[in-house]
Design a protein around this ligand. Structure first.
Ligand code: NAD
Length: 496
């Protein structure tokens, strides 16, 4: 029996004004509908933005440590309900249960972390060049934040956006992916019930093409944060540019994992499997390109392929499963199309290369873990984001060549290098043109206390998550305050 997700507007759970609905499905079982949710229109967006605007001034005036206490309570409840939320993530999004727990854990970590920011949110106090005058900078919130999220981290990504915006004193309208409405609803419900005043956090479900642009370009919105595909992200960047609106986009990746000739091959193989096939390759940080030094190319590739063949494909709720389904029929077709493109381009299909349909798998969107060898770095499968369980193995002459291949794509989110030579890893650390570099660890596994984001087509604007340069830079602007208590006119730069 499908559950019912609703919009949250001004503290009230409600249907779309039109009464229209959409349905989310279990990717592991096409007969199971997981939830129905409102299919909203611009009218619902208007109502949500109006509620968020009306709530803003009182929320901004609430002391940040008090805002933090509400977030802390939400984090406590999230931790208590982690397991049930993780099951919802697996049912609605498909990832295997341990990874679904990780998705929720990331939201727990982020919510605790940002709750603590309520007592930091620090600016600077610096000396003035004039006597009896002080000078400081403070962070101030911007207003209503429009936030648009994808399906692949259906709890974690909404948390990355909502909680930093709230702690900084903004109000929020979230439009989550239409594919995972229940996950977003559960998360928003926990935040709401922790004590957020009505209108501070609003949730509007619906299709991106129908309400996404209405939200992004709404006159009442001050800042836009988007995570999703590059195509949509770039439209939003252009729209915000025209509107002179603060924006952050986090979009695609084509992340390289370099294996040098002195690498611990066992470790590198484990890392490539985890990075390539974890979340069925549907992570923005997935290791979709493995770049291997020619001296170990044959040994690495043979063992990597053997290990990939052993991965067990199945429903994410089954404990034996290593690789769950992809999100839906359209994504499955897209991945299968890329496999055909790879074959036509002359890459060597080493395993997988087809839908996995044995037994009950026929009822879901499963794809056998796929490895292509002899991939040229110019091929489309080595350049374009596939977002599925497909890994391209590329041969490199040496470190410089490996880095050149790694950097030779339009994206720059995450990169990894496996090597036991500290000098080589230092060069890679310096020269890889990505937002995140892992050394002797896979391309996935970012932690929330440091900024998250990438270079080039991977995104625009301040990074997400914590640390210097993280999400607080998106959700606040600096205000500088000079106070002159000399009782006379003092002229900066002119006073003797
Ligand atoms: P998507 O771009 O199709 O959708 C993302 C969100 O945008 C959804 O909520 C969707 O409804 C909405 N949307 C669609 N069209 C819109 C429009 N015209 N205007 C406004 N909103 C619109 O992406 P997806 O398929 O949900 O997610 C997969 C993509 O997300 C991949 O490309 C992946 O790399 C990317 N991603 C990036 C990061 C990162 O941090 N870099 C993290 C996770 C996922």
């Amino acid at each position: 029996m499908a559950e019912q997700a609703l919009n949250l507007i001004n503290g009230v759970w409600k249907r779309a004004a039109s009464g229209e609905t959409l349905t989310s499905m279990n990717p592991a079982d096409i007969d199971e509908s997981v939830a129905t949710a409102p299919s909203s229109s611009a009218k619902d967006v208007d109502e949500a933005v109006a509620a968020a605007r009306a709530a803003w001034l009182a929320w901004r005036a609430t002391p940040a440590p008090k805002r933090g206490e509400i977030l802390f309570r939400a984090a406590e409840r999230l931790a208590r309900e982690k397991e049930s939320l993780a099951v919802v993530v697996t049912r609605e999004m498909g990832k295997v249960l341990p990874e679904a727990r990780g998705d929720v854990q990331e939201a727990i970590d982020m919510t605790y972390y940002m709750a603590g920011e309520g007592r930091r949110l620090s600016g600077e106090t610096v000396p003035s060049e004039l006597p009896d005058k002080d000078a400081k900078s403070v962070r101030v919130p911007l207003g209503v934040c429009a936030q648009i999220t994808p399906w692949n981290f259906p709890v974690a990504i909404p948390s990355w956006k909502i909680v930093p915006a709230l702690i900084a004193g903004n109000t929020v309208v979230l439009k989550p992916s239409a594919v995972t409405p229940l996950c977003a609803t559960r998360f928003v419900q926990i935040l709401h019930e922790a004590g957020l005043p009505p209108g501070v956090l609003n949730l509007v479900h619906g299709h991106g093409e129908e309400i996404g642009e209405a939200l992004v370009s709404h006159a009442g919105v001050a800042v836009v944060s988007f995570t999703g595909s590059s195509a949509v992200g770039e439209r939003i960047e252009a729209l915000c540019g025209r509107l002179h609106r603060a924006v952050c986009t986090e979009t695609g990746g084509k992340n390289p994992l370099i294996v040098m000739d002195d690498a611990d091959l066992d470790l590198a193989i484990e890392g490539a499997l985890w990075g390539g096939f974890g979340t069925s390759g549907q992570r923005c940080t997935a290791a979709s390109r493995v770049i291997v030094h020619h001296a170990v190319y044959d040994a690495f590739t043979a063992r990597f392929v053997e290990a990939a063949k052993k991965l067990r494909v199945g429903p994410g709720l089954e404990p034996a499963t290593d690789v769950g389904p992809v999100i839906n029929a359209a994504q499955k077709q897209k991945v299968l199309d890329y496999i055909e493109i790879g074959k036509k381009e002359g890459a060597k299909l080493l395993c997988g290369g087809r839908a996995a349909t044995a037994g009950k798998l026929a009822n879901g969107h499963f794809i056998a873990p796929t490895v292509f060898g002899d991939v040229a770095s110019t091929m489309r499968i080595a350049q374009e984001e596939i977002f599925g369980p497909v890994v391209s193995v590329i041969k490199a002459r040496d470190l410089a060549h490996a880095i050149e291949i790694a950097n030779g794509v339009a994206y720059g989110l995450s990169a990894a290098i496996y090597s036991r030579d500290v000098n080589k890893t230092a060069v890679a650390e310096r020269d890889l043109d990505t937002g995140i570099v892992y050394i002797n660890a896979s391309t996935i596994g970012a932690e929330i206390q440091l900024p998250f984001g990438g270079t080039k087509r991977t995104g625009l604007g301040p990074r997400e998550a914590g640390g210097r340069g993280g999400a607080l830079d998106l959700y606040t602007k600096w205000k500088v305050i000079y106070r002159d208590y000399s009782g006379k006119l003092q002229k900066a730069q002119i006073q003797e």
